[in-house]
Ligand binder design. Structure first.
Ligand code: AHG
Ligand code: MN
Ligand code: MN
Length: 342
């Protein structure tokens, strides 16, 4: 047999060996996330068969209808992560407050924020969905339960960020700040196997992803950018190609591999956009930067934003470096075509 098979566990253990002070708790934590991902993957894949589709009567903290699978994924993540002594608190899109570790279990030095099921409004139509997570070191004193303070850290402090995409195959993509690695779940062995080592995103891409039905609610500068990238001009590679699934993990993952830009701008209807800083924008921003791309809220680097609230929303422009740079030129009103338009 040629080559070596690198499982997720092996990859993490080999990475952790580079740090003599590593206690193994991070390895445990990642194994628990991978375990939760396998359970969610299994259930997402047989969703229509199990009568788990359809809406529950609950409204989540964002005021959105919660699908049954959202609840299932949330509970799976909590149950997988609350007892192994690596974390002192958890935070989920589906829970308004910080989730405490039950008294009977030990407390650890990490906190994990997650979107248990992203893109779930599309799940009845068999569209790919995902799980997104961000891991931080706690900042409150050890030995006591973690608090919201542990989560209100800027994204550049993430110890690890990742997502799982439940698509035509299930993949787990993560970074600890040493590049981005993608693992595909082998369904016969139930193992995540390294399939995408050291992912780099193209410097410039062809794809733009945005919900264009909000065009009339955007700032003029965003509209100018979108009009510009749709113009026909073979020399500069325009028009760009439109792709929008409406499932952030799926839109992001495709653009990461192929190159391009994902936009969720502010609008008159949603002045801070829709996406959440802690468990959507920050983890994907860490990954995209590690892959050579960029992520901004229009003015600031996403990873520099100091969160004020657990469920804070943030405008998001994320993707290939040159595409994000061009967008920023438009947001500053400094693109030559904007001057010509005046
Ligand atoms: P979630 O399912 O976790 O609530 O996230 C949904 C998000 C995200 O996946 C997607 O990019 C966005 O909603 C789509 O929003 P629009 O329908 O406004 O385009
Ligand atoms: Mn989401
Ligand atoms: Mn969600």
């Amino acid at each position: 047999m040629s080559g070596k098979i690198i499982t997720l566990t092996r990859h993490i253990i080999e990475e952790q060996r580079k740090y003599p002070a590593a206690t193994g708790k991070f390895t445990d934590l990642m194994n628990d996330i991978a375990f939760a991902a396998k359970i969610i993957s299994y259930n997402v894949n047989k969703a229509g068969l199990l009568d788990v589709l359809g809406e529950t009567d609950n409204i989540n903290v964002q005021g959105e209808v919660v699908k049954k699978l959202d609840t299932f994924a949330h509970e799976t993540m909590v149950r997988a992560l609350d007892h192994n002594g690596h974390s002192c608190a958890l935070a989920s899109e589906e829970e308004e407050n910080v989730i405490e570790i039950p008294d009977e279990y030990p407390l650890g030095k990490y906190v994990v924020a997650f979107d248990p099921l992203d893109g779930s409004s599309n799940i009845d139509a068999n569209v790919s969905v995902g799980t997104i997570f961000a891991i931080y070191h706690r900042v409150t004193p050890e030995g006591r339960p973690g608090t919201v303070k542990d989560f209100l850290q800027p994204g550049y402090k993430q110890v690890c960020a990742g997502y799982v995409i439940y698509g035509s195959s299930t993949m787990l993509v993560y970074t600890t700040g040493n590049g981005v690695y993608g693992f595909t779940l082998d369904p016969s062995y139930g193992e995540f196997v390294l399939s995408h080592p050291d992912i780099k995103t193209p410097k410039k891409g062809k794809i733009y992803s945005v919900n264009e039905s909000y065009y009339g609610f955007w700032d003029e500068r965003v509209r100018q950018y979108i009009s510009y990238i749709k113009q026909v001009d073979g020399d500069s590679g325009r028009p760009m190609n439109s792709r929008y699934i409406g499932s952030l993990v799926s839109d992001f993952h495709r653009n990461l591999l192929y190159g391009g830009i994902f936009l969720y701008p502010p609008s008159t209807k949603a002045p801070s956009g829709k996406l959440r800083l802690l468990y959507e924008a920050n983890p994907l921003a860490f990954i995209v930067e590690q892959a050579g791309g960029k992520a901004i809220d229009g003015e600031r680097r996403i990873l520099d934003i100091v969160p004020e609230k657990l469920h804070q929303r943030v405008p998001l422009y994320i993707g290939s470096a040159e595409d994000v740079d061009l967008l920023q030129t438009f947001l500053k009103g400094k693109h030559p075509s904007q001057k010509a338009a005046k």
